[in-house]
Design a protein around this ligand. Structure first.
Ligand code: ME8
Length: 646
């Protein structure tokens, strides 16, 4: 039977929209999920939204709407964000789902019936931001360590979960299961909490103070308090107590969280599971914070980075790669757009993109654009390359399950670097000059194609679109989720004779100043541009006829067209306007080179020459922007090249 793998993210509060911290945890979960599918496991990936509690009521009232309307709206934003980051979750849970409510009430009743929930009065220091009471010891200078606010004194009769009873069991469990909470620093933090006496957990709020919650099944004057509701999502989503998915995916679960919610996940949740007679989860994986200007990014402080804007500007895969490569799982990391651009240019455009382009260009030039056979036996340079790739395959398999994402990526990049050096040292261009060395040339090209294919498969959990694009160009039409480590990372798997496609750059280089400016320039993605359709400017003021006559407009016919390397927008055209002119036109998103050849166009013939991406342009092709589409201006009937337009 195939192995089961189950991964969860926190369910996010709907008191604000998704930011880069939410995106990180969710992308990590996605990479783990895709990795395990790649390794042949049967996987289940859960994310969702946490919709009850004081904070949500406050946010709804600030927005001037009822809680129900408010949670529907923000939950909808989370739900529609994830597909745009290529998140492949199987289920999106909401704590307002009726199935979730039923499971929470079932567990509450079970734990209550077992005598583990009691009614009592409690007086203490309460942080509204955290929605919980604090002990004096937990406060820093009398203030909440997370919100830096002074808690208020509160007294209330409530229901309590006898968490204290489970303290010694939990200590034993954490100590005897070294990987239960990881990395180790967080396991140590939980053990440190547990050195102090564990108090019982308040699990309810009276309805007159908070009606936006799940009623206790044994006392409808009360609703559950945030954690008893939220944590249970991890089993309610599987249909606990009797859903088939529960039998399949519990307790192999891997929870993913940041350190802000370590205590509820490291202490409340295992003790709740124990009291409910449910096996403890397999692993709690805890990461650090993304910080902006040294501070924790926070909704309340307003230092928020929006993931979709970054993904739209730089590309989803570049964004995913950056997050996973830059942060060491468990430690904090600083976010900056400069660092993202640097990685995009250095790692993706240079190392990965260049190797791929070089390989395909050499395949086109030397072996007719088709996968060649290994023409001669493998020599030392190839066996060295294969040896490095073997190390990468091993590290990939070992590191990702241990959350060493950056190490797995570094190892893939070592193979890419080795391959770039291999090209430089064997010099295929020299082999191509000597017909007797052709068998050797075939081996070199084939080896490079093989390496690119294996790399494409290995990056697929991180950058699924790039993996598919690379494989497609290598003549392999496989979707990323259908790839399998065993079949797709073995040396020699390409089919001989299959045509490869040269295509344009995988990752065009970007300039920070280009992408920060509102409309993206050549090379940057135009997603943000196409998202809004600019309105036309007002008509220009009148000019004399003589002035218009000075503009030399000519009918022309396009003779040649090709994509300008590393640009998404530009085509290089040779246009016959009575004489041949090279013109660089920003039309590549609307016209392919093939479509352009033979087309009748109108050219501004007497514009001063300009250089675009290093290519001289002598003239300009006229076109009209109509909403998102660009349309070339042409003549109604064919006319001879060079005729004046007036
Ligand atoms: O705590 N860096 O929801 P939440 C990295 N509803 N990750 C960050 C981050 C940052 N600066 N800020 C937030 C809740 N996160 C509860 C959870 S679970 C049963 C209930 C991520 O919207 C990180 O995953 O405040 C963190 O744990 C989570 O968002 C908190 O999300």
């Amino acid at each position: 039977m195939t192995k089961a793998f189950y991964v969860t993210t926190p369910i996010y509060y709907v008191n604000a929209e998704p930011h880069i911290g939410h995106a990180y945890t969710t992308i990590v979960a996605d990479v783990l999920n895709r990795f395990h599918r790649f390794m042949g496991c049967e996987t289940f990936f859960l994310t969702g939204t946490d919709e009850h509690g004081d904070k949500i009521v406050q946010a709804a009232s600030a927005a001037g709407v009822e809680p129900r309307e408010y949670v529907d709206r923000i939950s909808g934003i989370f739900r529609s964000t994830w597909p745009r980051l290529n998140i492949s979750h199987d289920h999106f849970i909401r704590t307002t789902d009726p199935d979730h409510v039923r499971t929470v009430q079932y567990i509450l009743r079970k734990v209550h019936d077992a005598g583990e929930i009691y009614f009592s009065s409690y007086k203490g220091l309460y942080c509204v931001g955290c929605e919980r009471f604090y002990t004096e010891r937990e406060l820093v200078d009398g203030r909440c360590p997370d919100h830096d606010t002074e808690p208020v004194e509160r007294e209330e009769a409530n229901y309590f979960f006898r968490m204290s009873r489970y303290q010694s069991w939990l200590i034993d469990y954490v100590e005897s299961h070294p990987d239960f909470i990881r990395p180790e620093r967080y396991r140590n933090e939980v053990l440190a909490f547990l050195r102090e006496p564990l108090e019982d957990l308040c699990i309810s709020r009276p309805v007159e103070r908070l009606s936006w919650g799940i009623p206790l099944p044994f006392d409808d004057r009360y609703v559950t308090y945030v954690w008893f509701d939220a944590l249970i999502n991890y089993v309610s989503a599987l249909g606990y107590p009797d859903g088939g998915a529960y039998g399949r995916y519990w307790p192999v679960v891997q929870h993913l969280i940041a350190k802000d919610i370590l205590k509820p996940h490291g202490i409340y949740w295992p003790t709740m599971l124990k009291a409910a007679g449910i096996a403890p989860y397999r692993h709690l994986n805890v990461h650090g914070y993304w910080k902006i200007n040294e501070g924790k990014m926070s909704k309340s402080k307003g230092t928020v980075v929006r993931p979709l804007e970054l993904a739209e500007t730089y590309g989803v895969d570049a964004f995913r790669y950056f997050l996973l490569r830059e942060m060491v799982f468990g430690l904090d990391a600083g976010f900056s757009e400069e660092a993202l651009v640097q990685r995009l240019n250095a790692d993706l455009a240079n190392d990965l993109g260049n190797l791929f382009s070089r390989t395909l260009a050499m395949t086109a030039k030397y072996v007719d654009g088709r996968v060649p056979p290994f023409g001669s036996g493998l020599e030392e340079p190839e066996t060295d390359l294969m040896g490095q790739l073997e190390v990468t395959r091993r590290q990939f398999q070992e590191e990702i399950p241990k959350l060493g994402f950056h190490k797995a990526l570094m190892s893939i990049w070592e193979s890419l670097n080795a391959a770039n050096k291999y090209v430089d040292s064997v010099g295929p261009w020299n082999l191509a000059k000597d017909p007797e060395r052709r068998p050797r040339l075939l081996t070199v090209i084939r080896s490079l194609l093989e390496l690119n294919r294996v790399v494409a498969a290995l990056v697929s959990p991180f950058m699924p679109e790039t993996a598919e694009k690379m494989l497609q160009r290598l003549g392999i039409t496989r979707k990323a989720p259908d790839l399998r480590f065993d079949e797709d990372t073995r040396w020699g798997g390409l089919r001989e004779g299959v045509a490869v496609v040269k295509g344009d750059a995988l990752f065009p280089r970007v300039e920070l100043k280009t992408v920060q400016a509102a409309p993206p320039g050549p090379g940057a993605s135009s997603a943000s541009e196409s998202a809004s359709i600019p309105s036309e400017p007002l008509l220009e003021e009148a000019i004399p006829f003589e002035l218009f006559q000075r503009v030399d407009l000519r009918a022309g016919i396009v003779k040649e067209a090709e994509v300008v390397p590393k640009s998404k927008k530009l085509l290089r055209l040779i246009v016959d306007i009575g004489e041949e002119r090279q013109v660089v036109a920003g039309i590549a998103q609307d016209y392919t080179p093939e479509e352009m050849v033979g087309k009748q166009v109108i050219v501004v013939a007497n514009l001063q020459p300009a250089r675009l991406m290093g290519i001289e342009s002598r003239g300009m092709v006229l076109a009209v922007r109509d909403g998102k589409a660009l349309r070339l201006v042409t003549t109604g009937e064919p006319v001879a090249p060079g005729r004046r337009v007036s």
